[in-house]
Design a protein around this ligand. Sequence first.
Ligand code: SAH
Length: 216
Amino acid sequence: MAKFILDITKEELLQELALKGITDTRVLNAIAKIPRENFVHPAFVKSSYKDVALPIGAHQTISQPFTVAYMTQLLDVQPGMKVLEIGTGSGYQAAVLAELGAYVTSVERQPELYTKTTKLLHELGYKIITILGDGTQGYPPHAPYDRIIITAGAPDIPKTLLTQLKVGGKMILPVGDAKQQQMQLITCNAHNDYDVFVVKENFSFVPLIGEHGWNG
Ligand code: SAH
């Protein structure tokens, strides 16, 4: 990649995340290892380490680093876990999960992003399985999962995904209207027995579009 001057360095971003409450050193170390400049649109490379969401094409965004770190920290991903991500987008969140030692399957509905990101993740050496399809239906061939993360805003909890979660498993997702969502963390106590915690308000994700999402 050509030389460029960053608005903010990766070290500065890591300090900012720590100040904002990211205490899990595994999550911070994962972010430290990943070249976010490879995941953003070339026009925004200078801002790679600003704590903001940035355009990635196809009217989608790479999530704000704080949001990625916050969701990952709450999800408590351990090495060897099977994790399903809905909304591959740039692939950055999937890379963070892989750096934590998870076996990641990630579903994207837009062919353009799916193709571009599959290539990038391969080039960077990540063994992440990317799937083109409607993630609101989950991905049954690899189920059940230890963890599920939805990185687009859902109108409500997609029930199909709960059936693909292991007992003891966790799912995190933003739920709300088109403008604003609250972060919800779900734990599966037993089949058909789930606890739902609202952990934080005021997120703004692009919509989860699919059979069990918007326009379903
Ligand atoms: N995790 C991504 C965030 C991308 S934004 C990252 O780290 O960059 C959310 C993504 O979800 C978009 O790419 C959008 O196309 C995708 N999406 C929306 N609805 C979906 C669905 N039903 N299945 C799969 N992907 C979906």
